[in-house]
Design a protein around this ligand. Structure first.
Ligand SMILES: Nc1ncnc2c1ncn2[C@@H]1O[C@H](COP(=O)(O)OP(=O)(O)O)[C@@H](O)[C@H]1O
Ligand SMILES: [Mg+2]
Length: 237
């Protein structure tokens, strides 16, 4: 694991507020991601994880505060940020069902061959329609497509949702490798354990605010307490 504290962040939220129809559900969130590290954002359903990620990507306008990308404040639209080296694996799997695996990769932001080198599992599936893939294969396709562009910042939302542990491990390894090659990765997850296994740092979001942050080591060492205090259902709080 690298010591990254002296390196400038590739992605930063400074007192970021975000929400829908001008009503914030995320309030004054500050976080940063440095090159080479995986930062995981944990929190119960409805905590504001997806809203935060969408606002960092430029898909949702911010309602206050700032987003900094590679040291510069930005309010650019999503496609500009993507062109500038931002990669996204959205919550809803982004594959196009009626297109083949190969065509899904062709319309992605990076070379098809690089995507296949990252996920050789997709090679025998190239002609298959993406809609006929299993959930795990679809998520590998989304991940391969995003990573093929070698993004300097990668945002991934609930990568593991509904997938078998073996596939989750595979996807997490791919993110770890991307970070080891220099990308800054922000991973949103509801399930803490597998994400913390590959992460360097963690933030916990609850009701739109950061309620805990620290190293992944610290989070792993105190996982039971953290789960009890912060990761239960919002309604039970
Ligand atoms: N499109 C939307 N319009 C209005 N409210 C939304 C929308 N999407 C999410 N919300 C609300 O914003 C809050 C945060 O949701 P979200 O960011 O999706 O949480 P998480 O990803 O942590 O589960 C929730 O109260 C949710 O109901
Ligand atoms: Mg979400």
């Amino acid at each position: 694991m690298t010591t990254t504290t002296e390196v400038a962040p590739v992605l930063e939220a400074r007192s970021l507020s975000a929400g829908y129809r001008r009503v914030p559900c995320v309030r004054e969130v500050s976080l940063d991601v440095r090159p080479g590290e995986i930062v995981v954002v944990l929190g119960p359903n409805g905590a504001g994880k997806t809203t935060t990620l969408l606002t960092l990507s430029g898909a949702l306008p911010s309602l206050g505060g700032e987003v900094h990308l590679r040291g510069e404040p930005t309010d650019a639209a999503l496609h500009h940020r993507v062109r500038g080296g931002l990669g996204i694996i959205p919550e809803e799997r982004s594959v196009i069902s009626r297109l083949s695996v190969r065509d899904n990769l062709r319309i992605g932001p990076g070379p098809v061959e690089r995507a296949l080198d990252l996920f050789p599992e997709l090679r025998p599936l190239l002609r298959r329609r993406a809609g006929l893939l299993s959930g795990g294969e679809q998520q590998m396709l989304s991940t391969a497509r995003a990573l093929a562009a070698e993004p300097s910042v990668l945002l991934a939302d609930e990568l593991s949702l509904g997938l078998a542990p073996k596939i989750v491990t595979r996807l997490m390894q791919a993110l770890r490798s991307a970070a080891d090659r220099g990308a800054g990765v922000l991973l949103v997850e509801q399930h803490a354990r597998q994400a913390l296994a590959i992460a360097d740092r963690a933030y916990i979001l609850r009701r739109g605010s950061v309620v805990w942050s620290g190293s992944a080591d610290e989070a792993r060492a105190n996982l039971q307490e953290i789960e009890g205090a912060y990761l239960g259902h919002e309604a039970a709080a």
